[in-house]
Design a protein around this ligand. Structure first.
Ligand code: NAI
Length: 256
């Protein structure tokens, strides 16, 4: 039997990178999939075809998750597509490099609205659906090792992921009464378009790898495997946690 028989998952920001890998992994394990992004393009088309080839249903819903109204509506639309919704993966996220003293209000708003506010209201909408329809939903937020460790020149990003850490801790307590579980996955350095500058800079990349005990960048599939575990009944006693998928980076200690 498939791990996710008759389950429907919505993965935000899933045209590429970690989100696309999560969609493919959940589909492989038996989920029907709702993809999301700013716009539907050939990446979405290709993913839908791949998922359908696995014998699963797939569709794409356009929404800008930096806007609370669109985040709320996305859940309603997602429920309408296949009739119900079991798994919400809040993956969409943005980062911008700037020294703290140069961060603009516009960039601050973009980062906080996408990484925290949109997630807050998509969860609220999903929880209202779960309460009304008596669905034992599960939520996975794509956080970052930077919910825990510093990242100079990315203050707004760290604040947004730090916010996600406490949002998840808090909601685990508040939502357990509805049988809704919520957890964070915190990737370290993963090879995706978000890290293109790093991947193009050999010297910088070498420095990053020195701090990773497993001495390699993460693959999107490494992250998706943990998301699939947390979404499944294998994790039925797991809520309010963060799972680090970072090759040991977060708690790395260099022996002197
Ligand atoms: P990515 O940039 O390849 O993909 C992010 C996706 O989110 C893109 O498809 C983008 O269009 C979408 N997106 C952004 N803003 C959106 C919005 N307002 N509405 C709808 N979609 C939106 O990034 P990647 O690396 O796949 O990251 C995914 C998540 O993982 C993010 O939350 C990121 O912060 C987190 N993460 C990534 C790490 C990495 O090393 N790649 C490390 C730690 C965390």
């Amino acid at each position: 039997m498939d791990r996710f028989e008759n389950k429907i998952a919505l993965i935000t920001g899933s045209s590429q990178g970690i989100g696309a890998a999560c969609a493919l992994r959940l589909a492989k394990d038996g989920c029907d999939i709702i993809l999301n992004g700013h716009k539907f393009d050939e990446r979405g088309e290709k993913l839908i075809a791949e998922i359908q080839d696995m014998g699963r249903k797939a569709t794409f819903l356009q929404a800008d998750l930096s806007k609370a109204k669109e985040a709320t509506k996305l859940i309603t639309d997602a429920v309408a597509v296949f009739g119900h919704l079991d798994i919400l993966v809040n993956n969409a996220g943005v980062e911008k490099k700037a020294s703290f003293w140069e961060v603009t209000e516009e960039d601050y708003d973009l980062i906080m609205n996408t990484n925290l506010k949109g997630v807050f209201f998509s969860i609220q909408s999903f929880v209202n659906y779960c309460r009304k329809s008596k669905v034992a939903g599960t939520i996975i937020n794509m956080s970052s090792v930077h919910e825990e460790i510093a990242f100079p020149h990315f203050a707004a990003y760290c604040a947004s992921k730090g916010g996600l850490k406490m949002l998840t801790r808090n909601l685990a307590s508040e939502l357990a009464q509805f049988n809704v579980r919520i957890n964070n996955v915190a990737p370290g350095a993963v090879s995706t378009p978000i890290n293109q500058d790093l991947l193009n800079n050999k010297e910088q990349l070498e420095k990053v790898l020195q701090n990773i005990p497993l001495k390699r960048m993460g693959k999107v599939e490494d992250v998706a495997a943990v998301v699939a575990f947390l979404a499944s009944d294998d994790a039925s006693y797991v809520t309010g946690s963060t799972y680090f998928v970072d090759g040991g980076l977060t708690y790395h200690y260099e022996e002197q």
